[in-house]
Design a protein around this ligand. Structure first.
Ligand SMILES: [Zn+2]
Length: 105
């Protein structure tokens, strides 16, 4: 599950942090959870990371468009030759507050 903000006026979901609804400008946002499924919006593999992530490289950072329309940043498992924009993905785990996605079966 992924925590998001849902607008109580129009129902659209938004990534955290958010201060007003990007759709209707309402400030009535309530925290809720969504299943963590979506599509791969874009991605990029990091080969030379910050020193704090040195042992994890290479890894692939991705923007996922969740069902419901909001985009969140995370990582995607799998080799780059298997990835392409628009593939169905789902959250695999949340590690150190980073969402780690995998391709859906
Ligand atoms: Zn709204």
């Amino acid at each position: 599950m992924i925590k998001v903000l849902q607008c109580s006026s129009c129902g659209k979901i938004h990534s955290i942090p958010g201060y007003h609804c990007k759709s209707c400008k309402s400030e009535k946002l309530d925290e809720t959870e969504v299943p963590g499924k979506g599509t791969l919006y874009t991605y990029s593999t990091v080969h030379v990371p910050l020193a704090t992530h040195e042992k994890e490289a290479p890894y692939t950072v991705a923007i996922i468009e969740l069902e419901g329309g909001c985009k969140i940043t995370g990582r995607i498992l799998g080799t780059v030759d298997k990835l392409s924009v628009g593939l169905l993905v789902e959250v695999n785990e949340i590690k150190d507050e980073v969402y780690i996605f995998r391709l859906s079966d």
